[in-house]
Design a protein around this ligand. Structure first.
Ligand code: PEP
Ligand code: MG
Length: 326
């Protein structure tokens, strides 16, 4: 098996019917970087910047952040890296940064909410990213967005940092791509505004599933109760793909489901052409997609999701499809 996956590293991720898939990996620390070349990932679709903060004993200084992003980009050697701005709070605890005790941390003061309330922290990070990517491409995305207005606020701060850098004569990134993570259900009713506001969208299916189904992602007793391949959640994902197509805004999915062959199959059937997963998942997912006819599966998925009195679960339908189509 391992040898079989190793043989696929240099193989282009293209489905049997010729659909090019942007297979990327998730990362958060420098130790992850060697996996980029080893796994054959085309880029880093999610770089969790909070990990540098979580393993430190004090707040990383501006220069440390910049140096870190610089090393990441250097080691990525031209493959695109999508940095996510700080996603602390909720399940991501930074010991030296204590908010108030919260009864519902998942719904609390976290991620972009915290960043907008502590703009100094966010501006330091944005400046570090701008400087590290000077002369190259900077891709950044914002976690836990609830209202499109929050994105405009972050963009405003980014603009201030860009102006500051150019005023003092610093080189800027040649290309800037600004994106949002879609992981809060409220954004589903702002899809048209969202898709026109950003350069790309990345679905955080771990949190989106948690908030859509009202199940704590860390509590197996309830999170295993509902199938991520159940019709309700897949219909949500279908709406997101369609909105992306309407506006020609690229949509990626970077949650854990992208790394399981059967759910990755569901994503391709829904029309996702870009996914990001843990490095170890790349081999099995690539092996799956090389043997897949995406359009044929698309028809099957569409039928499965339109079925209001289903006999088989979507998971079963996908399993049967895989068995019948090699
Ligand atoms: C997600 O929520 O799906 C996601 C990719 O982000 P994280 O797991 O870091 O919350
Ligand atoms: Mg998340």
């Amino acid at each position: 098996r391992q040898a079989q996956y190793r043989a696929l590293v240099a193989v282009d991720p293209v489905t049997k019917d010729g659909k090019q898939i942007n297979l990327q990996m998730n990362a958060g620390l420098l130790v992850d970087l060697p996996h980029l070349a080893e796994s054959g990932a085309l880029g880093i679709g999610l770089f969790r910047t909070e990990l540098q903060f979580m393993i430190a004993s004090t707040m990383p200084k501006a220069e440390e952040q910049e140096g870190f992003y610089r090393s990441v980009l250097k080691q990525a050697a031209g493959r695109p890296v999508t940095f996510r701005t700080l996603d602390i709070g909720g399940d991501k605890v930074v010991p030296y940064f204590r908010g108030t005790d919260e009864e519902n941390p998942a719904l609390g003061w976290r991620a972009v909410r915290l960043s907008l309330d502590r703009p100094g922290l966010l501006r330091t990070q944005l400046r570090a990213m701008l400087r590290a990517a000077a002369g190259g491409e900077l891709r950044l995305m914002v976690p836990m967005v609830t209202e499109v207005a929050e994105l405009r606020e972050v963009r405003g701060l980014l603009q201030k940092e860009i102006e500051r850098q150019s005023k003092i004569g610093e080189q800027l990134p040649k290309k800037l791509q600004f994106g949002a993570m879609l992981e809060v259900p409220a954004l589903l009713w702002q899809l048209d505004e969202l898709m026109t506001e950003v350069d790309f969208v990345s679905v955080g299916s771990n949190d989106l599933f948690q908030f859509t189904m009202a199940v704590d992602r860390g509590n197996a007793r309830v999170s295993d109760r509902f199938d991520i391949l159940g019709r309700p959640f897949l219909r949500v994902l279908r709406d997101i793909v369609r909105a992306g197509e309407r506006h020609a805004t690229p949509v990626t999915l970077c949650g854990e489901m992208a790394g399981k062959p059967i759910s990755a199959m569901a994503l391709l059937g829904l029309g996702f052409r870009s996914v990001s997963m843990s490095a170890t998942a790349l081999g099995p997912v690539k092996a799956m997609l090389l043997s897949l006819e995406a359009d044929k599966l698309g028809v099957v998925m569409e039928e499965a999701l339109n079925d209001t009195r289903p006999v088989r679960s979507v998971r079963q339908i996908l399993t049967d499809f895989a068995a019948e189509n090699g």
